[in-house]
Design a protein around this ligand. Sequence first.
Ligand SMILES: [Fe+2]
Length: 284
Amino acid sequence: MDGTKYFAIAEDGGARGAETPIVRMDGRVYPGCMLVDARWYIKPVSAKGLVRRASDELLVFVGSDDKNPGSLNAEIRLRIENDVLTLTETCAVFVPGGAASGDFEVVSVDKPVFRYSCLLNSDTSGEAVPAEASAPAGTYAANVVTGYRPPSGKLPDAPEGFLNLLLYLDGVRLPGAPYMETVWFMTPNDTGPAPHGHDFDEFIGFIGTNPDRPEELGAELQFYIGDEAVTVTKSCLVYIPRGVRHSPIIIPKMERPIIHFSGGNGGDYARRGAVSDSNMFNFD
Ligand SMILES: [Fe+2]
């Protein structure tokens, strides 16, 4: 088996600017995957207009200061239907399929902001159609989640100092939302989650934290797909179809912390009786 077929790996020499793309997983990389797009916002940008998609969408914004990871050090605004959300903290925004969203604006940036978006039910962004807001104001005002607070209260079981916990989301925390968690990996690590598979498809990201060299992971990472260790030193996205065994995740070398996230289209992950709320940090 060639485990690299599940990977989208950042390439050297990409576009740089106020909005700097890092890496993208879509149907050209793995047909039928969940589309995931990762990028940095370096300076203010805006994109007017609303669109509607059939797919649920997750938007995650992460501040780049690992000493103060809860702050975006920036102000971002976006609209879902008739609700304008103003974001100043590391957070996840859930846009249900069918809701008009857009009017995206990075108003100010003190430090670069990392963002990834995921279409939970589509491998292409081409399905968006122009739309107008129709839902009453307030309908989507609470579709933002901050902090790592699983409904069960159970925290990941990982070596001391390895994780800096940022965000946890699932369908209990926000009805209809997918499972997702986002963390910093702070140190090398010679252990990792036990091999496992899921009955849902999973997206995973490992992103370097130097916006000037967005393609560089700043670490060496080994991710097991089945019995094969795939070694990466670039920022990358991974799509794990349901049933494909994966993990552990081993990090022999690290120059600077990396951002890590995973999620899935399993929705109500915790309530369906998984072994651990945190599928990637079950270190046993
Ligand atoms: Fe997993």
